[in-house]
Design a protein around this ligand. Structure first.
Ligand code: DTR
Ligand code: ZN
Ligand code: ZN
Length: 320
């Protein structure tokens, strides 16, 4: 389901500005500039969950062909990066592979910029692309990586021209302690850090016994996501497992507004949660967390679909 979303500069704000200027409420030496008539913020497109699942199938195949995992420093991780990068290059993104070393192995962050928009105000969406060594990591975190990828491809399909600049990222070595995202943030000058207005993180968004958790960090980002789910009649809960649990943490630690979505890991779904979200109480949100069974069958399509659409809603809403 798609919902239109007001951008940060609302039509009401534009009307107010026009009124102030044309009534002389605020005097300007030069004649009042012509301000474009207010236009509705661009509405986010539906993200086809079939496309997201197609990316997950590719990541599963990559793991199967590379020793059963997509872990940092293994061939399966670099093959995952190459897959995502090829899609983005073909779609017109400017991509950069950022290389780093961790635990004696080479890691990679993939950064993709969509040309255009105000580079002084950057909206970022990211996810870690690496798995643990125990398995293919399809929910953790193929789900986030595939949804971020398909949202980026939707930007290209729409030839979306956002007011703010869009940047997408796939992090390496999150499972070793958010190594890739820390490396990226540490590599930014303070001036470039200040240009990032929002960082949105997506780590496990297709859990088989899903919850609907919204990071309770930046209130504007949190409200954007909660508004989306309210439109679906879904009551979300704040993600309170604490900071330091995923790639939003390095951004938050330097003062960048962060937010994100989470469908749950090894914690147990309560009866109250099952009553509002469905699924099975007394069972983990993801019984295959960090296990070999985190395969293509370890995904709830409804949760993946809803979270991917919420991702697009926030990207459009925060950048338009
Ligand atoms: N640490 C992440 C999974 C994870 C566990 N709790 C949270 C809360 C918010 C985001 C992610 C997570 C991992 O294993 O990749
Ligand atoms: Zn993990
Ligand atoms: Zn993860």
């Amino acid at each position: 389901m798609k919902l239109s979303v007001p951008g940060r500069v609302t039509p009401a704000a534009i009307i107010t500005a026009v009124t102030l200027l044309t009534t002389g409420a605020i005097s300007g030496a030069a004649p009042a500039p012509t301000i474009a008539a207010p236009t509705a913020a661009a509405a986010a497109p539906d993200i086809p969950v079939a496309n997201v699942k197609g990316h997950l199938a590719q990541l599963q195949s990559i793991a199967t062909a590379n020793g059963g995992n997509r872990a940092h420093g293994r061939t399966g991780y670099k093959a995952s990066v190459d897959y995502v990068k090829a899609k983005l290059d073909a779609a017109g993104f400017t991509t950069v592979l950022q290389q780093f070393t961790s635990s004696g192995r080479t890691g990679y962050n993939l950064i993709a910029d969509w040309p255009g928009g105000d580079t002084g105000h950057v909206v970022m969406a990211g996810s870690h692309l690496d798995s643990v060594t125990a398995g293919p990591g399809i929910n953790d975190n193929g789900s986030g990586s595939a949804a971020v990828l398909e949202t980026a491809l939707a930007v290209s399909r729409a030839q979306y021209q956002p007011t703010r600049h869009l940047r997408f990222a796939w992090w390496g070595a999150e499972e070793l302690g958010m190594v890739g995202s820390k490396y990226y943030v540490n590599s930014l000058s303070s001036a470039n850090r200040a240009k990032i207005s929002d960082y949105l993180n997506f780590d496990m968004i297709g859990s088989p016994n899903p919850g609907y958790f919204v990071y309770d960090d930046d209130p504007t980002i949190e409200k954007t996501f909660k508004d989306y789910f309210a439109g679906l009649g879904i009551a979300t809960e704040p993600e309170t497992e604490g900071d330091g649990r995923s790639d939003h943490s390095p951004f938050k630690n330097v003062g960048i507004p962060v937010g994100g979505l989470f469908s749950g890991a090894d914690y147990i779904k309560t009866a109250a949660q099952a009553a509002k979200w469905g699924g099975t109480s007394g069972q983990a949100f993801d019984r295959c967390y960090h296990a070999s069974c985190d395969t293509s069958s370890n995904i709830n399509d409804t949760a993946l679909n809803r979270n991917a659409d919420a991702l697009a809603y926030a990207v459009w809403g925060l950048s338009s």
